[in-house]
Design a protein around this ligand. Structure first.
Ligand code: NZQ
Ligand code: ZN
Length: 388
């Protein structure tokens, strides 16, 4: 049964080959000083930086350059960004990049009007913003996280190896997001497929809960089928616009709060993956890939009817003559085949997890108590060992 919920999403989204044309009009709504946040330089190599600068300049904006947002953005970089934004009294933070840059921009946006240390206050202690929030605009260049249309922000403290996400309310969502699938063509294959799995994981983690007849689950199944279909095309031809644009759109819907409505979720794979990322600095989607099968195979019996539904409705596993358990097992085998087809990392040892840092990693897993079989420390260690 669908539970009670409110649904609204304040992000205005522009999609398609001409999406950047919307930037000029959007900028009219904001003051003169724009903080341009971006990553390690991919946007300079693929021309997106020049295109954005041209719009900013012709709109007469004063640009505050904020380069070097790293994958898995750090607390240290966040503090630098907050100081820069404060010193320049910025009117808008324009994040050009993937989830890391957009997440970072949101974290800066809530911390500008706050005297506390941003990592401690918003991530360790998870306080909600009280002061003024600087508006954020996003130009997406890497597909996967859904950060372009949600309140998520994930920051890593490299000093302690803790990676923590804060899901902020609607007032922190990007005010607008520009999604041109062609901007994603230059993503290296490793990051592209990591993003594909991140999308799948977001959907699965909202899907695997309850057993009832829930519209959100039918939406999730449709999104998974679209992703599986288009990803198979995109790995063979990364410049297939149809496939890349469909995946970009799936990624946004996978985590813009829609498919979680009226139901529980199970975010344990993200809790495990985040802990691995905190200790190893590995690519987010790959950390999820490494732990997913060990995790799902262990909870399968506890949520059997849903795993049967996953096998039949997402992977077209025929039911005839098979037990429920056999059907569910085949569903997870199909998931594994698809993951191998994409070339995902299947073992966390390849990401830097080892017996030596297993306990530390387990310390960083948040036991959120959701899912068919809630995580305990013992269960965490079992999954992490199995993922090596
Ligand atoms: O830094 P640059 O030089 O731009 O290179 C990036 C980076 O190395 C590169 N890249 C991005 N767009 C490119 C490109 N290279 C060539 N051409 C392009 N068009 O790709 C690399 C990865 O980028 P990153 O932003 O780190 O990837 P992603 O979008 O996967 O973001 C990962 C971060 O988002 C968090 C993760 O934990 C991680 O910290 N997440 C955020 C969520 C949210 N806001 O709701 C939810 C997710 O579950 C996730 O936790
Ligand atoms: Zn994710």
């Amino acid at each position: 049964m669908l539970g009670n919920f409110k649904y609204s999403n304040p992000t205005t989204l522009y999609f398609g080959k001409d999406a950047l044309n919307a930037l000029r009009d959007e900028l009219k709504q904001y003051g003169p000083t724009i903080m341009l946040s971006y990553g390690g330089g991919s946007i300079k190599r693929n021309g997106i930086y020049d295109a954005v600068i041209e719009v900013l300049q012709t709109c007469g904006k004063h640009i505050v350059e904020d380069a070097g947002v790293m994958p898995n953005p750090t607390a240290e970089k966040l503090r630098e960004g907050v100081n820069l934004a404060k010193a320049n009294k910025v009117d808008l933070i324009l994040a050009v990049g993937g989830g890391s840059t957009i997440d970072y921009a949101k974290a800066v946006s809530v911390a500008v009007d706050c005297d506390k240390d941003p990592w401690t206050h918003f991530f360790l202690e998870r306080n909600e913003p009280q002061g003024k929030i600087v508006p954020v605009g996003a130009i997406l260049t890497m597909v996967g996280t859904g950060s372009e249309m949600n309140g998520g922000s994930v920051i890593t403290d490299s000093a302690t190896g803790l990676k923590i996400g804060h899901v902020f309310a609607e007032n922190v969502f990007p005010k607008f997001a520009i999604l041109n699938p062609e901007f994603t063509y230059t993503i290296p294959a490793y990051h592209m497929v990591a993003g594909f799995f991140d999308i799948m994981s977001h959907i699965m983690e909202q899907y695997f809960s309850n057993t009832d007849d829930n519209t959100s689950d039918y939406l999730a199944e449709g999104l998974m089928r679209s992703l599986i279909h288009s990803s198979r095309i995109a790995v063979l031809n990364p410049q297939d616009y149809e496939a890349r644009s469909n995946i970009m759109w799936v990624a946004t819907w996978a985590l813009n709060t829609l498919i979680s409505k009226g139901k529980d979720g199970d975010w344990n794979v993200h809790m495990l993956g985040q802990a691995i990322g905190g200790v190893t600095n590995a690519t987010h989607g790959m950390t999820l890939a490494a732990v997913s099968l060990p995790y799902y195979r262990r909870i399968m019996k506890a949520g059997l009817p849903k795993f049967v539904r996953f096998a039949t409705n997402v992977w077209d596993v025929a039911t005839d003559g098979r037990t429920e358990e056999q059907i569910a097992v085949i569903g997870l085998e199909r998931l594994e085949d698809w993951m191998r087809e994409l070339g995902l990392v299947m073992h966390a040892a390849e990401l830097g997890l080892s017996e030596a840092n297993l306990e530390k990693t387990a310390d960083g897993v948040f036991l959120i108590g959701s899912g068919y079989k809630p995580l305990t420390r013992e269960f965490v260690l079992e999954i992490l060992k199995a993922s090596l």
